[in-house]
Every structure is written in C-alpha cells, then in structure tokens.
Design a protein around this ligand. Structure first.
Ligand SMILES: [Zn+2]
Ligand SMILES: [Zn+2]
Length: 56
C-alpha cells in the first residue's frame, strides 16, 4: 500500500481543483497545460485558486 500521501489535487501547478478519480487533472485544460508551467489556470472551475478572475 505505497500510496502517495499527497493531497488530491490537479497536477497542473497553479490549479487547486480536485480531479476526478483516477485522473491527474481536473479538466482537459489542465491536462493540456500540464507540460508547461502556467502561472494562472484557466480551467474555468469556480473557486480555482489559479484563476485570476476569481481573485478579489
Ligand atoms: Zn484550475
Ligand atoms: Zn486543474
């Protein structure tokens, strides 16, 4: 049972969304962005901490 203790979170660095079970990314956007370093996330999920449009 060598499961990673890391919190379940989208593998796209700026994104904090929770991916679906068995998926590393919360969305196709993040999957496409996964191989490059983005400073913002545009997955479009409400509450995503990487989405600047959600910032106050
Ligand atoms: Zn996101
Ligand atoms: Zn994501």
């Amino acid at each position: 049972m060598a499961k990673h203790p890391a919190p379940k979170k989208c593998a796209n660095a700026p994104c904090d969304c929770i991916p679906a079970d068995g998926s590393k990314y919360c969305s196709a956007h993040c999957e496409g962005a996964g191989n490059q370093t983005e400073l913002v996330c545009r997955c479009g999920h409400p509450g995503c901490s990487g989405d600047l449009s959600n910032a106050r």
